[in-house]
Design a protein around this ligand. Structure first.
Ligand code: SF4
Length: 369
């Protein structure tokens, strides 16, 4: 389990080590075809900032070698905002007095139909809060079965589950699981997740092992940028990805770097990452791992997404609603967070094509398999 592996690393020591990286460490990293974790730390360090153009060039090259000039599109579908957790940065926080909804299967079907009217999405991400009693595994299973006739690729972003539950869901068409660790800083994790199941750092951390053991085809990872030192957090994530690749080598992986957005919780980010730093991080990740699917969601602005299209991103969401029933049933409900890119899927498609890239509505797995 990764909870054993992570004990080899110390948060503060890694933070310090990244800060000490020099221009010559960056030069060494850029000269290699295959980078290790030391090179990765150099590439995300402040010392790499002047090298961003070279990094962009390499990132584009490796992305095109692996993925061609193609962007895979996906769309999230929130099916419940009921949640027993108290994540301080989230609008669905249990303490937030707001109307809670758990969509019925009929409503889920209407949402699927509304999404298909937006664009020919084949790649659906089903999102829930954490409410094992009222929206647990059986509910998620039924939701997958309901969505299955409409989409060829189904992923979920839900509470961490037991291995046998992941396996059970793969039997109902589940292809991928997205789960964000939010932060790898074990000491401070509880400040952001004070109550509920999510306050259990280790259970969440080892969720990826359980997905791998269950044979989930694709695992999506991420940290929430804005909580802790982002350079240290993404280094832990890179270590985690390396560990997972070694142990569950049949699985495909994606990464995402969501920056904290305004939400009904009103939690101000502790750390601000600017666009240039996010671009540096994406380039560094691509140079470190040529194969990983890098996803950029509608949290980011059209300006940023247009630029990153040709420089390392391989998947994008579009037209996203972050409230349950947002496409059809309850279009005015409270969002989990507000999106930055409000363009329609067709407008996003047009921008990607204008950059000389092709758009596919399937997931990469379905293209490569
Ligand atoms: S981040 Fe997820 S688990 Fe936490 S309060 Fe929001 S919906 Fe619930």
């Amino acid at each position: 389990m990764f909870s054993d592996e992570i004990t080899k690393y110390d948060w503060d020591a890694i933070t310090q080590h990244i800060a000490q990286k020099s221009a010559s460490d960056v030069e060494v990293a850029l000269s290699k075809r295959v980078c290790d974790i030391e090179d990765f730390m150099a590439l995300i360090s402040p010392a790499a900032a002047p090298y961003i153009e070279r990094m962009a060039h390499l990132s584009r090259q490796y992305t095109q070698e692996r993925y061609g000039k193609v962007m895979s599109m996906y769309i999230p579908m929130y099916i419940t905002n009921s949640c027993t957790n108290h994540c301080v940065y989230c609008g669905f926080n249990h303490n937030n007095p707001m109307p809670r909804t758990i969509l019925t299967m009929q409503e889920i079907e209407q949402e699927c139909q509304a999404i298909k009217r937006l664009a020919p999405f084949e790649n659906l991400l089903i999102v829930t809060g954490e409410n094992p009693r009222d929206a647990g595994v059986a509910y998620i299973e039924k939701a997958l079965q309901t969505a299955r006739p409409y989409f060829s690729n189904l992923s979920i972003e839900v509470m961490p589950l037991k291995s046998e539950d992941y396996y059970r869901l793969t039997q109902s068409g589940l292809n991928g699981v997205v789960c964000f660790q939010e932060t790898y800083n074990a000491k401070r994790y509880k400040l952001y997740h004070p109550k509920g199941m999510k306050s259990n750092y280790e259970w969440r951390l080892n969720g990826y092992d359980r997905m791998g053991q269950a044979g989930v085809h694709k695992i999506g990872m991420g940290v929430l940028i804005g909580l802790e030192d982002w350079r240290t957090d993404v280094t832990f994530m890179a270590l985690h990805l390396q560990y997972l690749r070694k142990h569950y080598w049949r699985t495909r992986y994606s990464v995402n770097f969501p920056r904290l957005r305004p939400s009904a919780g009103g939690f101000p980010p502790n750390v601000i990452m600017n666009d240039r730093e996010l671009a540096q991080l994406i380039f560094a990740f691509r140079i470190f791992d040529h194969d990983v699917d890098i996803s950029v969601s509608t949290r980011e602005t059209p300006h940023f997404r247009n630029h990153i299209t040709t420089l390392g991103a391989t998947s994008m969401s579009a037209g996203s609603k972050t409230e349950p029933g947002g496409y059809y049933t309850y279009p005015q409900a409270l969002e989990q967070f507000s999106v930055s890119d409000e363009r329609t899927p067709c407008e996003v498609e047009a921008a990607i094509k204008a950059a000389g890239y092709e758009v596919v509505w399937k997931d990469w797995d379905k293209i490569f398999d």
